[in-house]
Write a protein that binds this ligand. Structure first.
Ligand code: FES
Length: 234
């Protein structure tokens, strides 16, 4: 039997969060997301958690498992075989909507602030022809492109969580780096200024926690360090 300790909290009903424990007879190769499905389907249909693709693509099933942010669909029971129990909590830093669901509005707002959508508007470039990129140029952005915007890095970042909640967070910095280093886009100067403002890239204190938890294996901290070096060359 595997013991699951699940964070429960309905802000409208509960004075404070509480934990519910479930014992499941599951194969060690069962995904944590499937364990949540089993609990919801067999024990408590009111358990709230977010998911969609079940395959590490949509980024919506981020939770904290035994203290570390992760995608529930990517983690198996046997990843926690040495632990006494599997404790599942919502992602840190974000306000709780219900149980394991958090409000990620601030996360997407901060991503938006570095203008991911305005690729050609700030300083328009000609897009009537193909924008070529060399393998070397592509190699500088390929890691950052893998981001699925799950928020795990931001939820685990000590700066965001404990020291400077206004810090835009590793995911937004990573996204800015991706566009600043992308030679096909012409708005780099504007984005450099945005990311260099207070609570931007310089607030990162290189704790490496973002890299540790990134479910896509992105070297988030190294990307941030690369961006800092790039900005210093201004
Ligand atoms: Fe889509 Fe886990 S459900 S990433």
């Amino acid at each position: 039997m595997t013991r699951f300790k699940i964070f429960r909290f309905t802000p409208e009903l509960d004075k404070k969060p509480w934990y519910e424990t479930y014992e499941l007879e599951v194969d060690s190769n069962t995904r944590i997301l499937d364990c949540l499905h089993i609990i919801r389907d067999n024990y408590d249909p009111s358990l709230a958690y977010r998911w969609s693709c079940s395959h590490g693509i949509c980024g919506s099933c981020g939770v904290t498992i035994n203290g570390l942010a992760a995608l529930a669909c990517q983690k198996l029971v046997n990843h926690y075989v040495k632990a006494e129990e599997i404790k599942i909590e919502p992602l840190g830093f974000f306000p709780i909507v219900k149980d394991l669901i958090v409000d990620m509005a601030i996360f997407f707002e901060r991503m938006k602030n570095i203008h991911p959508e305005n690729l050609f508007e700030i300083n328009p470039v000609t897009v009537s022809k193909q924008l070529h990129q060399s393998p070397l140029e592509y190699s500088k952005i390929v890691d950052a492109i893998k981001c699925v915007m799950c928020g795990c890095c931001t939820a685990q970042c000590p700066v965001t969580k404990e020291e400077e909640p206004e810090f835009i967070g590793p995911a937004a910095v990573l996204r800015a780096k991706r566009y600043i280093f992308d030679t096909r886009f012409g708005d780099t100067e504007e984005r450099r200024q945005i990311i260099g403002e207070p609570h931007g890239v310089w607030s990162c204190k290189t704790y490496w926690r973002c890299t540790r938890v990134c479910p896509k294996g992105i070297q988030v901290t190294q990307n941030i360090l690369d961006l800092k070096e790039e900005l210093k060359t201004q």
